[in-house]
Design a protein around this ligand. Structure first.
Ligand code: AMP
Length: 446
């Protein structure tokens, strides 16, 4: 692994008290080398078609009534909020040498698993892996505060695969907010478990339930699913959780945002109480704390502060003059060769679908992902985009969550995000690792 790929600002670990949620035994945050910000590279690479883009310039007075009006609850409709969409990227390359305490070769895990890890080209653990894996190997509950892109998937898969290999009959349930994330986890699992005979089944909504019911009859070691579908399968008696000793909640905050709280609680409450629980979330809010307090036992808390995504992404707004159609502006931008792998965000499933179709009519190869699209069609669209066969992927916030798509050249906020948090998630799809990304937000002039 190259240094600087995991340019996190720090890792801290600690323990939290038990089910009552008390904070006993909290260790002080461990700090690593200070964040040494390399010189910011300013002034580089403005996007070429600047006719509609301008820096914030105060010409338009702030709109009264804040977020109300078009796109109820939309963030960024006032000039004051626009400024948050503008930022010149700082390259945070090699901001810090994270020095892991372990190497994968040092972990006491199954040799086949080790060989598969090496085959994937992972040599050194990422910060979340370095800190979480030893706790999970000891059978301790873990709360990992980490985003997508930090290597959190392997942080739970590696020790849990080892556990399943060492304990015959051990079964693991993984809850994830979206089908795409569930599929991504399954893919990683298949890579790590190659040659061991372990199998994972993906049980997500939007796909035909019958093949999932049949697959579950073979008692796979790993079941990866979205909470709604998992609950559905339990109610149909196709999934019995009594045999599951381990559970992972991946992107728990996203699952809460998506309204899965009751299903999550139902599933956790059904599982046996002496289970092994791993909990991953990018953020820590009140509801998250409550869930942790209710369902985890003295977890080790590992916080990986990722680099500030926003800093690695060149952000600007594209003002759409009154009378001009934003679709035309989008097409103009996409005609630019620099815009070669563009993720475009829309607010509604219908709007996203329509936009992809309109782009295709302009001979711009575009696909869409959103909740109304059949599962297989979403997978196909995503793969085509990942492999560079389509130039633009139009997505809703929900459908794009947690996806690891390499080398996205631009993120375009065709419709404004609902919250700043959504904005940060959107632009986090570009500017991954050491690459500088570009994010453009369309703002309608009034
Ligand atoms: P995740 O946060 O789990 O979605 O992982 C983000 C990306 O990092 C994925 O493409 C992984 O394949 C990759 N990755 C995870 N762990 C490592 C590692 N230790 N070394 C190199 N790449 C890794």
């Amino acid at each position: 692994m190259q240094h600087g790929r995991w340019n996190h600002q720090g890792v801290s670990g600690g323990s939290q008290g038990g089910r009552d949620g008390s904070r006993s035994g909290k260790r002080p945050a461990r700090s690593f080398r200070p964040h040494q910000n390399m010189a910011a590279s300013r002034g580089a690479g403005r996007f070429p078609s600047r006719s509609h883009a301008s820096r914030f310039d105060n010409r338009f007075p702030p709109r009264r009534g804040g977020n109300r009006g078009r796109g109820f609850g939309t963030f960024g409709e006032t000039e004051a909020e626009f400024t948050r969409f503008i930022n010149k990227a700082e390259i945070t390359e090699k901001v810090e040498h994270f020095v892991p305490e372990h190497r994968f070769a040092d972990f006491n895990v199954d040799e086949r698993l080790k060989a598969n890890i090496a085959k994937k080209g992972y040599e050194l653990p990422t910060p979340i892996q370095d800190r979480a894996i030893p706790h999970v190997l000891r059978g301790e509950d873990v709360v990992g505060l980490a985003e997508t892109g930090t290597g959190k998937t392997a942080a739970f898969l590696v020790p849990l695969i080892d556990k399943v290999l060492k304990h015959v009959g051990e079964r693991v349930l993984i809850m994830a907010p979206t089908r795409e994330l569930a599929l991504q986890i399954e893919k990683e699992l298949a890579g790590f478990a190659r040659g061991t005979g372990l199998r994972g089944v993906v049980a997500v909504g939007g796909a035909n339930i019958n093949p999932q019911i049949s697959a579950l009859r073979h008692a796979p070691s790993f079941v990866i699913g979205t909470p709604g579908r998992l609950k559905d399968l339990m109610e149909r008696r196709a999934l019995n959780l009594s045999g599951f000793g381990s559970v992972v909640l991946d992107e728990a905050d996203r699952m809460l945002d998506m309204g899965f709280i009751d299903d999550m609680r139902f599933i956790l409450a059904t599982m046996r109480s002496e289970r092994h629980t791993l909990f991953f979330s990018a953020t820590m809010g009140k509801d998250i704390e409550r869930l942790i307090g209710d369902f985890l036992k003295s977890p080790a808390i590992i916080s990986v502060k990722t680099r500030d995504t926003a800093k690695n992404v060149d952000q600007d707004i594209v003002r759409i003059p009154r009378g001009k159609d934003k679709f035309e502006v989008l097409v103009e931008l996409l005609r630019n060769p620099e815009f070669n792998r563009v993720l475009i965000f829309g607010r509604t499933k219908h709007g996203v679908e329509k936009l992809a179709k309109l782009l295709s009519r302009q001979h711009i190869h575009a696909e869409s992902i959103h909740g109304n699209k059949a599962h297989n069609a979403r997978v196909r669209a995503l793969d085509a985009f990942k492999q560079g066969r389509v130039q633009a992927l139009v997505a809703t916030d929900v459908a794009a969550r947690g996806l690891d798509i390499p080398a996205v050249s631009h993120v375009i906020n065709y419709d404004l995000p609902s919250t700043y948090d959504d904005y940060v998630h959107r632009i986090g799809r570009t500017g991954r690792a050491e690459m500088k990304g570009k994010a453009l937000t369309f703002v309608l002039e009034r």
